[in-house]
Design a binder for this molecule. Sequence first.
Ligand code: NAP
Length: 289
Amino acid sequence: MRILISGQHGQVSSELQKRLKVLGELVVPGRDQLDLAQPEQIRRQVRHVRPDLIINAAAYTAVDKAESDAAAAFVVNAQAPGILAEEAAALGIPLIQYSTDYVFDGRKGAPYTETDATNPLGVYGQSKLAGEQAITAVQGKHLILRTSWVYSAHGHNFLLTMQRLLQEKPELRIVADQIGAPTWAGTIANSTLALIERWQAGETGAWGTYHLTAQGETSWFGFAQAIGEALREQGKPCANLLPITTSDYPTPATRPLNSRLDCSRLQREWGVSQPDWQTALRECLAGQA
Ligand SMILES: NC(=O)c1ccc[n+]([C@@H]2O[C@H](COP(=O)([O-])OP(=O)(O)OC[C@H]3O[C@@H](n4cnc5c(N)ncnc54)[C@H](OP(=O)(O)O)[C@@H]3O)[C@@H](O)[C@H]2O)c1
């Protein structure tokens, strides 16, 4: 099997590259060869590679920057997935796309299911939702996997920022009223591998949109506490943590207060589930050591 993966250096892409080698040949072009802002290049690459599966792990992920850069966010997050879906459908192959908890407004008092109404609060969420809609409109085989609060041992993410700041500062103020599930990119890659294996084995569930996050929930403050505890266990310095509210920490993009995603449909339809976020965090940290 030949798999085309976009987003060479991204968090999820890097973890996919480690795990999906067992399936066959991975083609992972750099941005110079597959720029999602260039529609014709996307079509050329897909037709040249002729993959058996496309995984779009690239995205415009700068949530705050997107507020003042909407056109660029929409080209990468909305237009490009639609083109990938068209090319995948023309080849009769599946497309796996990642999406986000930010398609919801966070006002629901419970975890979101796939059938809940979307209502993104910012440009990033709007552009990712438009990407979902572009893929769905093509009506080809696809999985849209909505995830949340992604971190890994590489890249730009909350884990690495906290590990640095907790050791540099005496005190840190962290938002405690946004709740969700921190999800290790390795968990996303493990579940993606399991989904592809089910498909290969002919045990395919329904194509469509699914929620895929770590199990359990916490706040950014709770996540920071867990990162701090791990630092202390390693004998490293760790700042005092103070809980604050979202309104104490204004950002250009409004974030949903409730980012919890109910992942039971993925378990039901495909038999794929994720570990709880604390277990995944420990595994990620063990890989860092
Ligand atoms: N990060 C999160 O907290 C989060 C939460 C929910 C959902 N998601 C979704 O999960 C998926 C994976 O995210 P991630 O955290 O792995 O993202 P990431 O680490 O920010 O990586 C994004 C990747 O996209 C690539 N990219 C950006 N613009 C591109 C373009 N025009 N052409 C080609 N490649 C381009 C980047 O390339 P360069 O390396 O060249 O910059 C990078 O490799 C995305 O769909 C994202 O929307 C992420």
